[in-house]
Design a protein around this ligand. Sequence first.
Ligand SMILES: [Zn+2]
Ligand SMILES: [Zn+2]
Length: 341
Amino acid sequence: MRAQVFHGPGDLRLEDIPVPEPAAGEVVLKVGAALTCGTDVKTLRRGHPVMIPRVPTVFGHEFAGTVTAVGAGVRRIREGDRVVAANSAPCGECRFCLGGRPNLCEDLLFVNGAYGEFIALPPRLVARNTVPLGRSVPLARAAFAEPVACALLAVERARVESGQSVVVFGHGPLGCLLAMLAAARKARVLLVGKAGWRFDRVRALEIGECLDASATPDVVAAIRAATGGRGADVTIDATGKPEVWEQAIEAAGRGGSVVFFGGCAPGTSIRLDTRRAHYEELTLLGTFHHTPEVIRRAVDLLEGGVLVPDGLLTHRMGLDGVAEALALMRSDRALKVLIEP
Ligand SMILES: [Zn+2]
Ligand SMILES: [Zn+2]
């Protein structure tokens, strides 16, 4: 089979490798849809010791497909089933898993291999984080389950509710998914981005009000003005920039919640007005990754048509287009690229 194999930073090769055979507990899928992700761009540039501990490995981590072979002992999933799998599976035994926070699992097993014609899912992923799909949901939409789950965990932790004002900083695919999920909960959504090709695309999706930070001298003042001077009920950073983390705190109103969704570079610190954090009872939340339960709720939202993220797919390519797709992502000329192996 053909696959895009990652050999190390900057070294991605389209290769012919054997179709995987399922070992006991494993399932092999024919990948029907894989999606590019900002993490791929970062990983290709500098590697990723957590998500990709060993090289070479087939690249890509957002995918959905059809089961072509099942290993001994697999019961819940059969040949011919259409499924989506997360890109990781928690151990189920550590104190975080037992405490109901498996996204913080001390032994999270990461799985890569979306950019290949076939992928073998390891037993733990099959058992904990592989979800069968109904007939009606297109694989390209189901493949969004993993990024949607990351965004959904953030929206759930912030307890976004109908009627609240929610500000999302960042107009990348995850900023958009966060905004779409908040809008699906009937919140009033303000999406803060920067002028350019991608922001024009995002505007056209009509997810919420859009604020161009590059044309706004004081973004926090603009958000305060848009919320009757109060500030937002919930603010979410999806940029991973420390100055924007600070804006997210400043733009949150009395009693508001601030979600730190975008990861900053290691060693980064931010300023915090302790008076506001205390007297205005701000809730400051980090969110990371997803859990098996949230993956299932994400699949439900996609299957039920509550969330239709198809508009984020700006390009569509075959396996040989992966390098070009990631270059488009890197130069802000794509939101997400659908790869059909
Ligand atoms: Zn991703
Ligand atoms: Zn664990």
